[in-house]
Write a new protein. Structure first.
Length: 360
């Protein structure tokens, strides 16, 4: 069978793409995932449902990366399951700042501007706390924030300490003008992680024109001249070719370049070194990926403040620091993370407004 669309990679982007594409009943869509597929919530392992903690161990690619600090090797977590990292992460639904998206647009793609991405943020969410121009109420993904009386002791203590030090507070850190201390916006219902697998794929699984396949490793994309024509899939000990009119590659920042290079699309010299026939010399494939480092600052909490069944993270402080990005408190390991060049890290995002407010 030849599909109209083959989506390779069932993570937060690929799964949504396949589900949305299959809304047209005349369009046949195949969604392929290297990790397992659990069609219903009832079939999912408990660790994938428990949004109070992340679950990278059993459903992870186990990537290791070489850092810029003395060549040290560090883990690079990435979900290997339908839903991708949305199925295993900490369920934080914190947006970037408008300046981040506008900067991406300035780099050459105006579709990434804040004005252009905001409608999609609104479309995907059903915000249970706010109903205004910056939030959606009718999307598939529920978003809520912990009330103060729901905070774990260590999270409540963090808020108390920040208040005592005079830090500002905010009601909602997904409001583009917010600055300060606030509960994390999270895609959870109770303690259940509301992943893309649950909120998008499961409701669409009975569509006759949508096929979802797990445990399918993509060896390469097949091409004919300048056109992708299908994929070579390894599954169940065998290899098969699946043809598609359109191929959507959505395997993430690590695996997408790897699939392209296995397909002969990448830096010519590197492909020849690996013994891969060159289809197209594309020097940028697999290059220029940087990620932010994190440091853990360990503290000893008083007895009774840490419960290993409590949510991993609940509170965020949106702040400004040169080179800063984001972070979270982690009472499971009694750590408060902080990023390089940031004096304090308990889940925050950089905003130029915070710097201006501090100067005033």
């Amino acid at each position: 069978m030849k599909y109209d669309i083959i989506v390779v990679g069932a993570g937060a982007a690929g799964a949504v793409t396949a589900v949305r594409a299959s809304e047209d009943p005349k369009r046949s869509v195949l969604l392929l995932e290297a990790g397992p597929y659990y069609p219903t919530t009832e079939q999912m392992p408990y660790d994938l449902l428990n949004g109070n903690d992340n679950s990278y161990y059993a459903h992870d690619w186990h990537y290791e990366v070489e850092t810029s600090i003395g060549g040290r090797v560090a883990p690079y977590p990435a979900g290997r399951v339908v839903g991708g990292s949305s199925t295993v992460n900490t369920a934080i639904a914190l947006r970037g700042t408008p300046e981040d998206y506008d900067e991406w647009a300035e780099l050459g793609n105006d579709q990434w501007s804040w004005e252009k991405v905001l409608p999609y943020f609104r479309r995907l969410e059903s915000d249970q706390d706010f109903d205004d121009d910056f939030h959606g109420r009718n999307g598939p993904l529920p978003i809520r924030r912990y009330r103060e009386d729901e905070l774990a002791p260590v999270q409540a203590a963090f808020m108390k300490a920040m208040r005592a030090l005079g830090y500002p507070e905010a009601k909602d850190n997904n409001d583009p003008g917010s600055t300060g201390l606030a509960p994390h916006p999270m895609n959870k219902q109770g303690r259940q992680r509301m992943s893309v697998a649950i909120c998008y794929v499961e409701p669409a699984r009975h569509r006759l024109n949508l096929t979802v396949r797990g445990d399918c490793h993509i060896r390469r994309i097949l091409t004919d001249g300048n056109r992708a024509t299908g994929v070579e899939v390894e599954s169940g000990g065998g290899v098969q070719v699946v043809e598609g009119e359109r191929i959507v590659l959505s395997c993430g920042a690590i695996s997408s370049p790897a699939v392209l290079m296995r397909s002969g699309l990448g830096p010519e010299a590197h492909l020849r070194d690996l013994g891969i026939a060159v289809v197209r010399d594309l020097p940028g494939v697999g290059a220029t990926l940087d990620d932010h480092p994190m440091l853990g600052v360990v503290f000893k909490a008083k007895e009774g403040f840490l419960n290993y069944d409590d949510p991993l993270v609940q509170v965020t402080y949106r702040y400004t620091s040169t080179g800063g990005r984001f972070g979270s408190t982690k009472q499971h390991s009694t750590e408060v993370g902080l990023e390089l060049n940031i004096p304090l890290y308990s889940g925050g995002l950089v905003s130029s407004r915070t710097r201006e407010a501090a100067q005033r």
